[in-house]
Design a protein. Sequence first.
Length: 232
Amino acid sequence: MLVTVLELAASWGESARVLDDVEAMLAAGPETELVLLPEAAIHGYVSPSQDFDLTRFAEPIDGPTAQRCAAIAAAQRIHFVAPLVLREAGAIYNAMACWNPRGERAFVYRKRHPWKPETWATPGDAPLPVVEILGRRVTIAICFDLQFIVEDSGPELQAAELLLFPSAWVEQQDTRPERLAGIAREFGLYVANANWAPGVVRVPGQNGSCIVGPDGDVLARASGPGRIDVRV
């Protein structure tokens, strides 16, 4: 399975333009099979004025953002894993959803551990999903989940062959590479990390999206907006 990670520049409130850019990056090739976007990359994670409240972007699972993502998956014939600010049953979740090449939902994951500024987000209470995609067992966690993932989700990591890890990482000294390499080695799986790049917001911890092999070696790394592709 060819996995593509898109590193997208931080934006705010420009979902149509962001998804136009995603479509252009995918159309430019090469053809791929699974595409991962960074956490909250469609609407933005935080505004230039440090507004973390994404409530204004909340939509149901069949809302316009989800419909556009489903259309991209079908048009590109890919599994497309993209962020949603998901309004559901009186709550709002920091979520990631996957659409298959027919534009159908393959899974939805609600972030179990919102970071402290994410006061708008309800913690998800379901375990990490483990789904088969093109013969590979795939699971997903979002950003701050990494602090708890080994204790919370050991059985799911043991069952998976690929961990998708979308992030909007913020850290003065970036420990993400070492953490992801350690998880890859401990559980013998690939890790695909899609991180945000500097844009309307610039903070330590941006850039460095990567795909890590089961031995902990980095197979590809981004250094700014663009794409990386690795067969896993």
